[in-house]
Write a protein that binds this ligand. Structure first.
Ligand SMILES: [Fe+2]
Length: 199
């Protein structure tokens, strides 16, 4: 499993700077909400519309076997949209999106989304091209590669993803939530290392 000090460098400015034509193309798909945050259904609709216009994201795709790659496609005061590329072994670990709601849609290949169930275990859903998932603020999940090289998914968040909570289990089995910047790379090195049956 990759750790942060073995990852290949990437141009962070590039990651969060969508090409102007990409930003404009997504802007044309964003519904007018009169300034209000988008609903989960609107977010999933937007992600699906982006999936259905591969010209928006095709040129941004890279297949990086070492680290999970992603690029910002659009942002404004209400939302941000991302394309995420998943290779074998790459996943997020369990996390939430703080105050942001999420709507995602599969574009190519497949990822597996898991939701934790207590006292142990998880449910899981395979997300294939055209499949949508929606989660309100507080939604907890993990997402990981399932098949394809890379698997490609589109994710939209509203309000913009400023904070995520990453879940870790300590040596005594206590679960804790660690607030992290929303644009920081989530690595599957949290619960996965200590409780692999939950990852
Ligand atoms: Fe997420």
């Amino acid at each position: 499993m990759a750790s942060t000090d073995t990852l290949t460098p990437q141009d962070w400015t590039e990651v969060v700077s969508p090409p102007a034509e990409v930003q404009a193309a997504v802007a044309a798909l964003v519904p007018d909400t009169n300034g209000a945050p988008l609903t989960t259904a609107q977010l999933a609709d937007l992600s699906e519309a982006i999936v259905n216009d591969p010209a928006i994201w095709r040129d941004l795709i890279v297949a990086d076997p070492v680290r999970r790659r992603y690029r910002l496609l659009f942002e404004d005061d209400r939302l941000d949209s991302w394309v995420i590329m998943w290779m074998s072994g790459q996943g997020t670990g369990f996390h939430d999106h703080s105050h942001s709601a999420v709507g995602l849609c599969g574009a190519e290949g497949a990822v597996v989304e898991k939701q934790m169930t207590l006292p142990s275990g998880h449910t899981e859903v395979i997300v294939r091209p055209g499949d949508r998932r929606e989660g309100p603020s507080g939604y907890i999940h993990s997402v990981a590669h399932h098949e394809g090289g890379p698997a490609i998914t589109i994710h939209s968040y509203s309000p913009p993803l400023i904070e995520v909570g990453q879940f870790r289990v300590d040596d005594e089995g206590h679960l804790a939530r660690y607030p992290e910047p929303g644009r920081k790379e989530l690595l599957d090195n949290t619960i996965a290392e200590i409780a692999p049956d939950l990852a």
